[in-house]
Ligand binder design. Structure first.
Ligand SMILES: [Fe+2]
Ligand SMILES: [Fe+2]
Length: 447
């Protein structure tokens, strides 16, 4: 198993007299913190990471945090440089927070105006909450409009399934070399998402466009420089993790490891990721307080869109596992469109779930393609015959009786989760919204 690339990393203790990062004196005020974004730690009740960037190195980057305006606590900051940009990325991991509590924070450095924000930790016991799910955003007008939509809908957090900013447009194929790379896009993307991500965590996963040519053996170094995600994933893969929020367990997988379509990172984890997935799902299903399990990764297991179709690699590796543990919802992107399946077990639809349906999600897994978050959408048109990519990259036509709703409009999915009612039924209501907020699809999963 190849080890992950080491990036240039320097740890800076807040309040230390001198930063090991070279101090560039002029225009400190112009180096204002930007691209502020949050991520939960492995335990969202008690842990949060605050990340931000500065256009170049700065002296004494720091984060202050507290439950009120007094802030009060000064937190260690880790600062990282990254390939081909002067931008420096700062990360503060907070622990020992109180559940279901709003905190204020302020990030700053010597000589700069601060940036301030708030966040709320996850509840100690299940309560109603909302999360957004989407992928394939990019830096563009539709993406910016979606950030505004997400702010308006006020999810507690977003679950983002890869292809974030497209700094490497080759998408892991390596075609085009350096010509296809513009790492400045990362900073534009982080500024674009800040209005949402500074107050509600963005839990990201990798897509094929996060495999950046020349950026470490797996290509993930640039992604890892910019995010501080939970560190409870597969050994050897800091891009995987899991967390629990309320009555839902979330698992973020590395879809690149299982893809037959884009094989650049295929099987670098292999059985290790599968075993980790089984252990996580086992542990989640053993918890009496959890109702739903949501798994996110980039590539589509079930999608009729003819641009990428479905990837048989993920079916071969994970479908049996999802079935065994009754995974309720799988969120994918990659195809730039919206699609929702009927509940699926053993590769077959087990019930009809048209728009507005109520699905007994213990019977089958709903597969969602939520790849319409901003990049140019792909025309729909695989039903009733699409294809699956099998080992070796061969596309094999197949009937697609599992497909329920498709849309070629840009969209963001929002999911409202409620804990068990007095009859013991928990619900997850999905509403897919177009850029202007129009409802494209609705379905309720119940357990
Ligand atoms: Fe994409
Ligand atoms: Fe993709």
């Amino acid at each position: 198993m190849p080890s992950l690339p080491s990036t240039t990393r320097r740890t800076v203790l807040a309040g230390a007299a001198a930063s090991p990062i070279l101090w560039v004196p002029p225009a400190a005020a112009a180096l204002r913190p930007q691209g502020v974004h949050l991520a939960f730690g492995a335990d969202p009740r008690h842990q949060m990471a605050v990340s931000w960037s500065t256009p170049s190195s700065v002296r004494r980057p720091r984060l202050e945090v507290g439950p009120d305006r007094g802030l009060g606590q000064l937190v260690d900051v880790e600062s990282r440089s990254s390939k081909d940009v002067r931008t420096v990325y700062h990360h503060a991991r907070l622990a020992h927070l109180e559940p279901d509590t709003t905190y204020r924070y302020r990030v700053s450095h010597a000589g700069s105006a601060p940036a301030e924000g708030t966040f709320r930790t996850a509840p100690a016991r299940p309560r109603a909450f909302r999360f957004a799910a989407f992928g394939d955003m990019g830096v563009n007008a539709a993406a910016a409009a979606h950030v505004a939509l997400i702010r308006e809908q006020q999810p507690d957090f977003s679950f983002v399934v890869g292809d974030l900013c497209y700094a490497d447009s080759s998408g892991g194929t390596g075609a085009g070399g350096d010509e296809t790379q513009d790492f400045a896009l990362w900073d534009r993307w982080l500024r674009q998402i800040q209005p949402s991500a500074r107050s509600a965590p963005w839990m990201t996963t990798v897509g094929n466009h996060e495999m950046e040519a020349g950026n470490g053996e797996l290509g993930y170094a640039g992604y890892l420089d910019r995010f501080a995600l939970p560190r409870n994933g597969v050994h050897g893969s800091p891009v995987t993790y899991s967390f629990v929020y309320g009555n839902v367990g979330f698992v973020a997988l590395d879809g690149n490891d299982a893809s037959y379509e884009i094989a650049r990172n295929a099987d670098y984890l292999g059985a290790a990721q599968d075993r980790w997935l089984v252990r996580r799902l086992e542990a989640m299903r053993a918890r009496p307080d959890l109702d739903f399990i949501v798994v996110g990764f980039h590539n589509c297991m079930y999608c009729t869109n003819l641009v990428h179709g479905s990837d048989g690699g993920h079916r071969d590796r994970w479908e049996g596992i999802f079935d065994r543990f009754g995974v309720d919802l799988v969120v994918n992107g990659h195809n730039h469109c919206y699609e929702r399946t009927h509940p699926v077990r053993g590769g077959e639809a087990v019930a009809e779930a048209p728009r507005g349906a109520v699905v007994d999600s213990a019977r089958g897994t709903t597969y969602l393609t939520a790849g319409g978050a901003g990049q140019a959408v792909y025309p729909v048109g695989g039903q009733p015959l699409s294809y699956v990519t099998i080992e070796g990259g061969v596309r094999v036509p197949e009937p697609t009786t599992w497909s329920s709703v498709t849309s070629a409009q840009h969209s963001i999915a929002f999911l409202d989760v409620t804990p068990r009612d007095r009859h013991g039924v928990a619900r997850m209501r999905l509403v897919a919204r177009a850029t202007d907020g129009t409802v494209l699809d609705r379905v309720t999963l119940r357990r």
